[in-house]
Ligand binder design. Sequence first.
Ligand SMILES: CC(C)(COP(=O)(O)OP(=O)(O)OC[C@H]1O[C@@H](n2cnc3c(N)ncnc32)[C@H](O)[C@@H]1OP(=O)(O)O)[C@@H](O)C(=O)NCCC(=O)NCCS
Length: 169
Amino acid sequence: MNDVLVHETTDDDRTAVLAFLRELWGGEEMVVHDEVLRPAELPGYVAVDRGHLFGLATFRIEADAVELVSLDSLRPSQGVGGALLNRVEREAASRGCASVWLITTNDNLGALRFYQKRGYRIVRVDPGAVDRARARKPAIPLVGDDGIPIRDELVLEKSLPGVGQEETG
Ligand SMILES: CC(C)(COP(=O)(O)OP(=O)(O)OC[C@H]1O[C@@H](n2cnc3c(N)ncnc32)[C@H](O)[C@@H]1OP(=O)(O)O)[C@@H](O)C(=O)NCCC(=O)NCCS
C-alpha cells in the first residue's frame, strides 16, 4: 500500500478539489496568518483512486520558500499524507527554495507529530491568531481535536538542503 497514486493538480481536478475543500474546510476560503486564502486556486497535488480524490496538498511559492497551505488525507496511515508532502518538498527543492513552511493550530497534535517526525521545527507561535481568524470566518470551530480549544497558530518550517535532487520527475 505504499504506492499512493499522486499527481499534480490539473484543471480536470478542480471540481473535485473544490468539493473536497468545501467538505473538509466548510468553504473555499481559509483564514490563516491574518490572510484569506483560496486553496482551490493554488497549485497542488492530489491523491486519486479510480476517480475518487482522497488526498490533497496545496501550496504557494514565495521568493525562496514554499508555504504548504493545506494538507489533507482521507485515508489515514496509508502513506497518503507523506506522499503528498514529499511531492511538495520535491517541487520546492526543484525550484531552488530553501524551505517549506506551514501553519497548524494548537489543538492539532496529530499534525504536530506528523510534521516533526518529518523534519519540521516549530519556529513561531502566534497566540490568539485563530481567535482573530474566527472573527472573519465564524465557521472555524471553537474546540478541536481531543476537546482542545483552538486559539493559536504554530508556524513549522523545514530546511531543504538537496531535497529532490535524486528525483528525475
Ligand atoms: C496529518 C495528515 C495529513 C497525515 O496524513 P496520513 O495520510 O495519515 O499520513 P501518512 O499515512 O503518510 O503518515 C501517517 C502515519 O502512518 C504511517 N504509515 C504510512 N503508511 C503506512 C502503512 N502502509 N501502514 C502503516 N502505517 C503507515 C506513517 O509512518 C505515519 O506514521 P509516523 O507519523 O509515526 O511516521 C492527516 O492526518 C490529516 O489529513 N489530518 C487532518 C488535516 C490536517 O491536520 N492537516 C495538517 C495540518 S495543516
